[in-house]
Design a protein around this ligand. Structure first.
Ligand code: ADP
Length: 626
């Protein structure tokens, strides 16, 4: 092939040059000489062409031999071996990109055709940079067409949503909707972007896995040269973690504010609670100083002062206990405690406190005296029950207060679950947890009506937790509340414990009796038999218990009871469990009365009960089980 004449290459786009290669003494290409260059060579390369012909490239472009690309070797190979080659190469000395076609028409000679592709290359690189910036962006990028169908998503989108590029292409981003935003929210969004504006906002969206997540998003239209919208681009960031932290901060702030508010209310309340008895003490002490008052008045004043002093002491004790609990100074002191004695003692104390209120008291000690002997902190247990019972009395105007415990054997260690149940004003569900916080009263108006400092339950909680248990409440507002708390069951009598361990398989005696004193008497009588005792306070309860309790050996049923009389309850139970013996226990002593019940009951016991007869009689019915 003969070289083209430069004349035929008189075009500003295409450059041409013809060269001869020069070898060193070892025969390796070392330089090349320009033999011919086209008219626009200078414009295309930036190399002055004046006098270039006959010059060596090392001269024309000083430093070319050290260039990143070894031009001399590249062309040398073609010139020596023949053939042709095509490359795209940047030359830093010329600051240009070239696309070059080189060939050799005869040994030692080579021609080049080239175009300057710097602009195109820069565009390409810029595009590549932009693409990478989007592909590798930590923000999620979604590009849709003007209908909202997805054309592009970056890898972060897959990371955030779990959907791959292929899965979402052509789909509407609607697939991410969680249903947590109203229709108007999306309408507003579309109105904004379709009118050419940028929308900024937050989504609560759903991932492919169904998990919800928060996104902060900027959605903007993309315009073409005619200023028509051709695409929409959404740049989004997963802000779930931020949101959670934000919500926690808000909660913490609210808690701090609430605490502050409670503290203020507590101080005001405390000031009132302390001043009232102090005022009485101070006033009546002054009156006592008067030498002319009668002896009776003196006694009365003394009693008033006494009771106010007691009240003050209880407040101070509460504050000190709370402080000791909070600073970790309250310690457990174990001793042997008979919890049956403890609750019966409390029963007597609290009954006296309610002589003026129409409140019936029930207690249910469910273990026999031997098993009820446990190691625990007597003072603390007493303090907890005292607080709960005081509250029960305070918040109950009429009805009943029922307290006691049951042994829970489903957990290790076994736990005693105490309860204090009342028929008082009850507690709204939203306050179930709050009332155990310091200074908290379910309703600030409560303190005005009922008094109190809001420390009682916080102390109970502190003490119960220190003893290794839990405390909680269940209630129906207006109907009454039941407070429960647990403590570990540590029986004193280990030898007896093995017997107690068979508690779960131990048989149960159900005693249906509305009079608490009568029930206690039966409990005392049955103490020496190794049975669980369950107390029903009326016929209806007896039926319910018989339905749920699997292991009943015998039922002792009072006849005259509220809600449902004993005979009716017995008939219902018989229809469910014909084999459980049911004995009537009644004060109806007349034969005529008894005859009426013969077909219903398996036996009949007449009140007043006599211990030995009673035990003999009932063991006949349960002997086979003992
Ligand atoms: P206080 O000294 O105010 O009684 P507590 O900590 O003992 O403080 O009780 C906190 C709040 O819990 C009471 O103010 C009351 O709103 C509610 N509460 C406690 N016990 C009962 C109950 N047996 N019946 C109804 N509400 C109760």
């Amino acid at each position: 092939m003969t070289p083209l004449t430069t004349h035929s290459l008189n075009t500003p786009f295409l450059g041409y040059a013809y060269h001869k290669i020069i070898l060193d003494e070892t025969g390796k290409p070392h330089d090349f000489i320009y033999l011919e260059v086209s008219p626009y060579f200078e414009a295309l390369t930036g190399i002055p062409t004046n006098g270039i012909i006959g010059k060596r490239v090392r001269e024309v472009i000083p430093g070319i031999e050290n260039s990143e690309f070894d031009w001399i070797a590249f062309y040398g190979k073609i010139a020596l071996e023949g053939g042709e080659a095509e490359i795209e190469q940047y030359e830093a000395l010329l600051k240009r990109w070239f696309r070059i076609y080189a060939y050799s028409d005869k040994k030692f000679f080579f021609a080049t055709f080239f175009i300057d592709i710097t602009k195109q290359k820069e565009n390409e690189l810029e595009l590549q940079k932009l693409t990478q910036a989007i592909e590798q962006n930590p923000a999620c990028v979604v590009i849709t067409d003007i209908q909202g169908n997805i054309e592009y998503v970056n890898p972060q989108f897959t990371q955030n949503t779990g959907y791959t590029k292929e899965e979402v292409k052509g789909k509407n981003p609607r697939i991410l909707q969680s249903g947590k935003h109203p229709k108007e929210f999306y309408q507003q969004l579309w109105k904004t972007i379709s009118s050419g504006n940028v929308w900024r906002g937050e989504f609560l969206n759903v991932k492919k896995s169904g998990e919800l997540y928060y996104e902060s998003a900027t959605i903007s239209p993309i315009f073409n040269d005619q200023h028509q919208i051709v695409n929409y681009v959404a740049i989004k960031e997963d802000i779930t973690e931020k949101k959670i932290i934000e919500q926690e901060l808000i909660k913490a702030k609210e808690r701090a504010e609430e605490h502050e508010r409670l503290k203020t209310a507590f101080l005001q309340n405390m000031s009132h609670e302390i001043r009232t008895p102090l005022n009485a003490i101070s006033g009546f002490t002054q009156l006592l100083a008067n030498p002319n008052i009668t002896a009776e008045k003196r006694r009365n004043y003394g009693a008033i002062i006494q009771s106010n002093v007691h009240y003050l002491i209880s407040i101070v004790t509460d504050i000190l206990t709370m402080a000791a609990l909070e600073t970790g100074q309250e310690k457990i002191i174990l001793s042997e405690v008979n919890i049956n004695d403890l609750i019966i003692g409390l029963l007597h104390v609290f009954k006296q406190q309610t002589v003026n209120k129409p409140i019936a008291f029930y207690v249910t000690p469910s273990l026999n005296d031997n098993d009820a002997e446990i190691y625990t902190d007597r003072t603390k247990l007493n303090q907890i029950l005292n607080n709960l019972l005081s509250n029960a009395i305070k918040f109950t105007d009429q009805g009943f207060i029922d307290f006691g415990y049951t042994l829970k054997t489903e957990t290790t260690p076994w736990m005693l679950q105490f309860y204090v149940k009342d028929s008082g004003i009850g507690i709204a569900k939203e306050n179930y947890e709050k009332i155990f916080e310091r200074f908290h009263q379910a309703d600030s108006s409560i303190s005005r009506v009922y008094g109190g400092n809001g420390l009682g339950l916080a102390i109970c909680k502190g003490l119960v937790e220190l003893m290794g248990g839990k405390i909680w409440v269940e209630s129906t507002a207006g109907k009454g509340s039941t407070f429960y708390f647990t403590i570990p069951y540590q029986p004193v009598n280990i030898t007896k414990k093995s017997e107690t361990n068979s508690h779960s398989t131990k048989k149960t005696i159900l005693v249906a009796e509305d009079e608490e004193i009568n029930y206690l008497l039966v409990v005392e009588f049955l103490n020496e038999l190794n049975y669980n005792l369950v107390h029903a306070k009326n016929g209806k309860e007896a039926v319910e218990i018989a339905q749920n309790e699997p292991n009943i050996a015998i039922i002792l049923m009072d006849i005259k009871m509220p809600e449902m009389p004993g005979d009716e309850a017995a008939q219902m139970i018989k229809s469910l469990h014909p084999n459980i013996p049911i004995l009537a226990v009644s004060a109806y002593a007349l034969n005529k009365e008894r005859a009426k019940y013969e077909n219903i009951f398996d036996g009949y016991l007449t009140k007043p009960l006599e211990r030995d007869n009673f035990l003999n009689y009932i063991t006949k019915f349960i002997e086979k089980d003992v």
